[in-house]
Design a protein around this ligand. Sequence first.
Ligand code: GAL
Length: 749
Amino acid sequence: MIHHNAYTKSIAAILLSIALVPHTQAKQADFMHNTVKQATTIESLATVNDWNQPANGVWITSIGDMSQELRYTDLAAEPPRIERLNTLGDPAFPFEADAIRYSINPDGRLMIRIPCGPDEKLYGYGLQLDKVNQTSRVLELNLDHWGLGGGRTHAPVPFYVSSKGYGVFFNTARFLKVYNQISNRKDATQRPPEVDRNPPVDEIASQPDKWQANPMGDSVEAAIRGSGLEVILFAGDSILEVVQRYNLYSGGGALPPLWGLGFWHRVHAHHNAAQVEAEVAEYSENRFPLDVIGLEPGWMTKSYPCTFEWQTKRFPDPQAFTQGLLDQGIRLNLWENPYISENAKLYEDMYPLSGSHTVWLGIVPDFTLPEARQLLTDQHNQDHLSIGISGYKMDEVDGYDRWLWPEHATFPSGNSAEALRQTYGLLLQKTLYQDLFKKQNQRTYSLVRASNGAASGYPFVIYSDSYDHEQYITGLSTASLCGILWTPEIRSAKSAREWLNRMQTVCFSPMANLNAWASGVKPWDFPEVTDAVRNVIELRMRLLPYFYSSFAAYNRDGIPPVRAMILEGGFENAGATVVEGELDGETNPYATGEIIEKNDQFMFGPSIMVAPFYQEHATERSVQLPAGNWYNFYTGEFVGNNTSIIVNAVELKDRTPLFVKEGAVIPMFSEAPLNSKAAKGQDITVRHYGRTTGRFQLYEDDATTFDYQRGASRIRTITVNANGNFDIQTEGSGPALFGRINHVEQMTK
Ligand code: GAL
């Protein structure tokens, strides 16, 4: 009989301790060693012992034969940033040398087993919209719509991070099933003790613990069907550093053009040129900022399947129409899905380069083939880019099984239907980014409905048809853990309050996107809140220098511009509460409990924390302030340190609950520009919060091309001390994008 000390606590007790440990103590426990060093011996499994180390804190191995498998990193936007990775420090390998084990099963499954202690919390696995914490869950990481749950989602990135300061990336484009701390092997040296579920009354007291529906396992076991499985480990001194390493290894974060961070409006799917122009005019009459107009399917001769050719009944002169908008500083984005109609000019040439099955009766190009990419990009360049189109919304590259190709479909490249399913969104991002926009030295900011591993370098933002506001807020956190950008787009609302709340959330996200494709709604359609809606869009516009610089840090250092609170020091354990399950013969026969965490706050840039109102918390909610001093964004007043407060919409005068860190330096435009074209050269006011010296790196480049990759950028480092005295140091000789820094406002009096 093997009983192990590590498991003498029940799961509930462990989880409860997660909830109750004070922040500072928890932080120390988590990061005391950045290594895990569990020694589990599983005699029946083979040991992984050939690790390659391409950079500090990164180790790669594979099991089986990878020669026929597609890796996510093969599809990354940019090469790994080895030099930058090596400047991040040199952490130790996070496990005992022989702790990671694997098996190749007779049924063809490859399984890898990564040790994981009962006290570790696991986060990640892509754009999961229900939870950040993935401890004790079984997930199927298959690319799909959000909604089925169980791990299937628009970006099921097979990457998790542990509270112990390491991350694991399964770098093979296959459906992956993971058992997080849930499978117990019979020959494990660490297993929880067996507990009788129905002991006689006089024996209850002597039971070692309470019976648990899911006895905590001591590992993450992950399996695929395929010939090879590559695994990459990332280590770090904090969860943030692990995520940074993952992003840097994936080529660094995306840098959108400045216009991408302005306000977006996608018009009704049936709008014609005159209706779009009228809507743009309404924006300026109502004094609402606008940077991008999105055309939905009706711009094409045929959609579902698509032709990618202009519908001239609606848009008689696409070139003049596009130019007319550009003259007003407004960019045009085109909706499309990649399935090709037999009416398309491209159809015949693409036919032999497509898979065995159709989607909406359109052929499915095999975009792993360079010839297929070339056909698409030549046509797009000629019909769209050459007349001034700035980006795309690549729809339907995810989808339930009944919509996409079956798993037995075949593709001319020989890649499996499964690998194509996992990477189709990535392949489209690669095609448009590398083969279309980058070749024209033009940056894009675009939308895509599916993504996967190693995607951080792609300037594409994911959206969904699901529309739960709370889940949309959770997505802002989970996306930040796996190199994904997510927009909690606004489409409609049942009340003015809901409209305002959703608008406030989307304005603090990577893309402020109003998607009126079905509703035709406009920002000012709820008159009671029109001023409040305008205010929040204007605030986003005023914050462009701050937010653009946050993206530059994503690009340069791998720090996500919008981030989960667990990436913030002082928040690791805040807000996690355990609800013990109650036995009920019909609804809960195993008395299963759950962990409820606080996922409804997130960071926007280096120092602003956002806590939106939503659903049942429509006008009042609690906010967890992490360790450290926090200030009211609007007034500069101190609000608390390591505590929970209640905020309400009346006191905030219908503004978004925003909190700022001690010492924060926030550069803002003095006035809200109507779009990013008008923003260029505009003067900046700097706000300083709290009583300690703070610093901000204000990034500038030409805002639209890739010249920054060849050094054409500059950074103005703004330092402000407690008295409001400031100093500016400029590095780099790139172009000036913003104007003078003409005022420093000491917000905390
Ligand atoms: C959906 C997409 C929507 C809209 C619509 C147009 O699949 O998610 O945002 O573009 O297609 O048909």
